[in-house]
Ligand binder design. Structure first.
Ligand code: PLP
Length: 425
């Protein structure tokens, strides 16, 4: 065991001590600088120490650091919710504030279930999700998550969820199949799963609009989400989109679902919402869901101590104002095109790079032992851990992850630089 009292992620390894951050750089206690090319885990959209965000947080702390939401609302929470609804997908009416992505997914799952309890369909008790997905590490979020390695030790204590195929053209689109046909086939698989479980038994289908942490950025094929939306509507199943990682501008639109032309029933955002300045996430809910609860019990049977934390809301509101004023989502599209070209030029011909995929400033590089057969490296090599170690030694933060033991996914590296990164950086 390492010589520390902090329960670190790895008990054999204490990471460097981060002491300061500025822009795209983090400095450790030895004075070494790291280029934050992954925004941590796609969090730091404005980089570090943005003066406007810090000032907004300080001003809020001076006024009111905390007020429990069973007693009060706050101006800053109201303003943030109004901003998110004004700029959110059509039909959304309310934002439920939590402290992060997993909490957001838990709240969305329970909101979806309670919606059906309130509307006389309490027999609906099952979720459908996708393999190679990540929705968080709390038990509900882990249950819908499709990362086998994360699920395995906890399998006996997870809630019921069925997993269908991810949208993963590099490995799963068949020869002779167009992207559109592939998307239709996946939607049919969802339809089949709903019919098998019972069309009146399923609460919701949950998916990351652009897959992130498990599969190194999976962008949907054209028409996939429209077809999925149709299937859900046909069976009265809710669509929950998890944009914890891919949302809030990361893919070149404020919400990734805008590019798919679909509107979810519940949308979960976090990470880029507060840009890492404070822990915050939100569930945006369609008006009819909130109305059903309002006309029913009038109460969402959920809640945490730090819901709508004023300082977190102040940070998130300041992040959103900077994003809007500096037109940073458009900048994501421009920088993203440059990053795509650079990745192609530098890595495209590498014999161990199987696929480079992404959108905006959200890119994944999948590594293979053999390019022709797409054979992944042996997971026992722990290639992803070695890449992280080598990158950190060279002062670079990227976000690598392991592939799957069954060879259905290779090791991959995720890049998600801050939106404010300059071309030189
Ligand atoms: N959902 C997605 C898509 C994520 O990428 C993550 C985190 O990486 C989560 C949920 C969980 O968020 P958190 O780590 O803030 O609990």
């Amino acid at each position: 065991m390492s010589n520390t009292h902090v329960f670190h992620r790895h008990l054999h390894h204490t990471p460097p001590v981060a002491v300061s951050g500025k822009g795209v750089w983090i400095q450790d206690s030895s004075g070494k600088e790291y280029l934050d090319a992954s925004g941590g885990a796609a969090v730091s959209c404005l980089g570090h120490a943005h003066p406007e965000v810090l000032a907004a947080m300080h001003a809020q702390i001076d006024r009111l650091a905390y007020a429990h939401t069973s007693f009060f609302t706050t101006e800053v929470a109201e303003e943030l919710a109004a901003h998110l609804i004004e700029h959110g997908p059509a039909g959304m009416s309310h934002a439920y504030f939590v402290s992060g992505g997993s909490e957001g997914v838990e709240a969305a799952l329970k909101m979806a279930r309670q919606y059906f309890v309130e509307t006389g369909q309490s027999q609906r008790s099952h979720f459908i999700a996708r393999r190679q997905s990540y929705h968080g590490n709390t038990l509900g979020a882990l249950s819908v998550g499709g990362n086998q390695w994360r699920r395995e030790p906890f399998a006996p204590i997870l809630i019921p969820a069925t997993h269908v195929s991810p949208c993963y053209p590099y490995r799963e689109q068949q020869a002779g199949e167009t992207p559109e046909q592939y998307g239709q086939r996946l939607a049919q698989e969802l339809d089949d799963a709903i019919q098998r479980l019972g069309t009146d038994k399923v609460i919701a289908f949950i998916a990351e609009t652009v897959g992130g942490a498990t599969a190194g950025v999976l962008t949907p094929v054209p028409g996939y989400f429209k077809a999925v939306r149709e299937v859900c509507d046909r069976h009265g199943v809710l669509l929950i989109l998890d944009e914890v990682m891919c949302g809030m501008g990361r893919t070149g639109s404020l919400h990734a679902c805008e590019q798919e032309g679909v509107t979810p029933d519940l949308l979960v955002v976090a990470k880029g919402l507060g840009g890492g300045y404070q822990p915050i996430g939100a569930v945006l809910a369609q008006k009819r869901i909130v109305e059903a609860m309002s006309q029913g019990s009038g109460f969402f049977q959920h809640g945490h101590t730090y819901l709508g934390h004023p300082v977190a809301c102040a940070a998130a509101l300041a992040v959103q104002h900077v994003l809007q004023r500096e037109n940073l989502v458009a900048r994501v599209r421009q920088s993203g095109a440059r990053l795509e070209a650079l990745l192609g030029e530098t890595l495209g011909g590498h014999p161990n790079v199987g696929d480079i995929r992404g959108r905006g400033l959200f890119w994944g590089v999948e590594l293979v032992r053999d390019r022709a057969s797409k054979t992944p490296f042996d997971p026992a090599l722990k290639l992803h851990a070695r890449i992280k170690k080598e990158a950190m030694a060279r002062g670079l933060m990227v976000y690598p992850m392991g592939g799957t033991v069954d060879g259905r996914l290779g090791d991959h590296v995720l890049l998600a630089p801050p939106f404010i990164a300059t071309e030189a950086e």
